[in-house]
Design a protein around this ligand. Sequence first.
Ligand SMILES: *[C@@H]1O[C@H](CO)[C@@H](O)[C@H](O)[C@H]1NC(C)=O
Ligand SMILES: *[C@@H]1O[C@H](CO)[C@@H](O)[C@H](O)[C@H]1NC(C)=O
Ligand SMILES: *[C@@H]1O[C@H](CO)[C@@H](O)[C@H](O)[C@H]1NC(C)=O
Length: 323
Amino acid sequence: MRYSFFFIKLAFALCNIINYCTSDIPNFVSGFGLTVCSSTQLSNELFEVVVSSNEVLGNQTIRILVPQNYSTSGNNHRYSVLYLLHGAYADATAWTGAAQDVIGNTSLIAVMPNGGPFGFYTNWMIPGSLAPQNWRIFHMEQLVPWIDFNLRTVAKKQGRAIAGLSMGGYGAIHYAELYSYNFIYAASFSGALDLLDPQVQNLILHLTTIDDKPLVGPFGYPSEPLSSNGWFAQDTITRAAQLRDIHIALYNCNNDYTDSTFLPGCYRLRDLLVLLNIPVYFDDYGDGQSIGHGCDGKHDWACWKASFIDVLPRMMAVLQQGY
Ligand SMILES: *[C@@H]1O[C@H](CO)[C@@H](O)[C@H](O)[C@H]1NC(C)=O
Ligand SMILES: *[C@@H]1O[C@H](CO)[C@@H](O)[C@H](O)[C@H]1NC(C)=O
Ligand SMILES: *[C@@H]1O[C@H](CO)[C@@H](O)[C@H](O)[C@H]1NC(C)=O
């Protein structure tokens, strides 16, 4: 009698330990150049991790959305990862609502890093007093391997996608070009794709910065000769051929100044990709009616969310669905 009671208790304790070990709630640890300052679980699926890196000034927030059954699906179940890049004036919190609403129960991990209000997803040419501003190294060489280390991901090109809006739309295509071995799918929503377009340059240079001067930090001065010109070197059109083995989606509209300014560059990149035989899904949704979901054809969340709703099944059809 005593013994069987003891064994029941022991079995119960073992079950608890096994259950604890296999439930695998993410525990974010430092590595790959990132030091974890804090890690907070905001809801069953949403995590917020603050890290520091020698590549960018200040602490950086990363929001991570895991599938609802991430912690119960077993130690061997791996998920594809979508990196979501925010626009200017925004931060790591920007994508949260749209990601939760659109991704829903799709079997996908979403990683939403801070990219600075004007970081432009590049290693800055002129960081000045804000040094270091090496956003590209932080995101592509530290964050990506750190995510694969801390979460059960499909840790290879076939398991990763990247998308972004406006400044982040540029970032998604730019990163896909420079790290084509990292991504199988890249999508831009209202992205500033053609940095050599004088109207696009004008728009970027006149984003209000802290010191009210033109924003020359990321790409330098547009008047520089081509050999040292950051706008030329970082232009998505210049490097389009590097998208050779990636699926590309470009969404843009034309019902306000910003999207109308980005539209010609969007067409230029599309035309070049078609010429290069690179798979591209292109949607100029004009005043927004054709894409629906309340989109008014402007540079706003209704349209980015509508674009995200449209692209997600296309992306999932290409991504490797776990293993
Ligand atoms: C970054 O976080 C660490 C640890 O929480 C803190 O000591 C430090 O002051 C923070 N740095 C900045 C620039 O906020
Ligand atoms: C996780 O949940 C999704 C959607 O609810 C379901 O399709 C999938 O089979 C589940 N995966 C596991 C491993 O339980
Ligand atoms: C996800 O699935 C759960 C049940 O598995 C359901 O309660 C929940 O409403 C679903 N969420 C979404 C956004 O579809």
